[in-house]
Each structure stands twice: as structure tokens, then as C-alpha cells.
Design a protein around this ligand. Structure first.
Ligand SMILES: [Zn+2]
Length: 220
């Protein structure tokens, strides 16, 4: 365990100290507002990597391929567990922080989809329904499409020791459990990143990109 700490959950003081001294990140985002929330620093120098691991980590960060989907599975599991009440957002310059954020499911209202190109449609598909783009048959979605949106990232912002101490033992423990679980998720993401370092290497390739050009040809 790298981020997750041990907390004595029988003591209000210990739980309050844990919450008060946890790393926080100041969010200032047009879409989700401002405030601070619990966070863990995941800048490469703060991940406890050894010399050659660190070098490789910089290589992977600089590569074109986005490695994030390969290591962020634990965050999807966390969203699922909390019924999307919470998520973990990557914030800061070059995504150097993982931040505990509030979230919710969003139902954009799509009812059908193209069986070939995947284009979504708000109308239900009748027997002859066709895709507007590629004219392949359109079929109804089995269940409403939904995704998870981060709605806010101010969690326990500006709470003082007295505010935490005033909570009941159960309410305080709920807060601590949530933050401990968040730390655990960050640990799992970090572990996956370490695995990636052991199992992948960055290979340089030259690729040919087809380009349209115009040039003059003599009229024969
Ligand atoms: Zn289509």
C-alpha cells in the first residue's frame, strides 16, 4: 500500500487527523466548479519508482499511445461500487493528481443504434429503420445508454477539526471509509502502472500516412 494509510477507526481524533491531513487538490474548473477535495499526487517523481523504472515511465508518458485506459480499470470499479455517486478524476497539469470527485449517471436519451457503424439515434427503430449515415439496419438499444459525468469536486472543503469532531462516530467513519477506499483505488492504479512498466516498452516506428496532393500534369 503506497497511498492507503492505517487509521484507527475507534478514535474520533485519529479519524479527524486523517481527514484533515490528507492531501487535497484545489479544483478550479468551469464545468464542475471550484473547491478542494481529497487527492493523491501521481506525478512520476512521487510514485516511488526506482531509477530505470522512472526512466521508462517518462518514455511511456511521452509516447503517443494513451496508456490511461489500460490502468484506470479500478476507477471504473469504484464508480460502479458507489452507484456513480463518486468517481476519481485526473486533474492538474499533465494529469498529476487523482482527485476524489462527485459524479452521477447521465442518460442522453438514445433509443437505437446502427448495427454497422454504431451511430446513435434518439428515435426507436421500427422494422425498416435504417441508419442515416451508412443505411445499414438500425436496432433498438437493449437498455438505455448511460455514462458517468463528474458533477463536482468540492468534498469536505474548508472543514475544520471541530466540524469533523461534531459528526457522529458513524458519519465520521463513513467519510473515512470513502477516503480510504479512494486511496486504495489510487494504489491499484499505481500498481497497474508499475505492471505496465514491467511488461511494455516504447518502440519507435516510422509510419506512412496517405496524403492528398495536387500537382500539374501536362495536357497531352
Ligand atoms: Zn450506420
Amino acid at each position: 500500500m503506497f497511498f492507503r494509510k492505517k487509521v484507527d477507526c475507534r478514535s474520533k481524533e485519529a479519524m479527524t487527523t486523517f481527514l484533515l491531513t490528507h492531501n487535497r487538490y484545489q479544483v478550479d474548473n468551469r464545468a464542475i466548479g471550484s473547491g478542494t477535495s481529497y487527492a493523491n499526487k501521481i506525478k512520476l517523481h512521487n510514485l516511488g519508482l526506482r531509477g530505470s523504472q522512472l526512466e521508462k515511465a517518462f518514455d511511456i508518458y511521452a509516447a503517443d499511445d494513451d496508456f490511461w485506459p489500460q490502468i484506470s480499470g479500478p476507477i471504473r470499479a469504484f464508480e460502479h461500487e458507489t452507484d456513480a455517486a463518486y468517481s476519481v478524476a485526473r486533474m492538474g497539469r499533465s494529469g498529476g493528481y487523482l482527485v476524489l470527485a462527485r459524479a452521477q449517471y447521465e442518460y442522453p436519451g438514445y433509443k437505437s443504434t446502427c448495427s454497422k457503424c454504431g451511430k446513435l439515434n434518439f428515435q426507436e427503430a421500427g422494422p425498416e429503420a435504417k441508419c442515416g449515415v451508412c443505411h445499414s439496419p438500425r436496432v433498438n438499444l437493449k437498455k438505455p445508454l448511460r455514462w458517468i459525468r463528474t458533477t463536482g469536486s468540492s468534498i469536505d472543503h474548508a472543514m475544520a477539526a471541530e466540524d469533523f469532531m461534531d459528526l457522529s462516530m458513524e458519519d465520521l467513519k463513513l467519510k473515512v471509509d470513502l477516503v480510504l477506499r479512494f486511496d486504495e483505488v489510487c494504489d491499484s492504479v499505481r500498481e497497474r502502472f508499475l505492471c505496465l512498466l514491467d511488461n511494455y516498452m516504447v518502440v519507435e516506428k516510422t509510419i506512412m500516412v496517405p496524403t492528398k496532393v495536387r500537382h500539374l500534369e501536362p495536357v497531352l
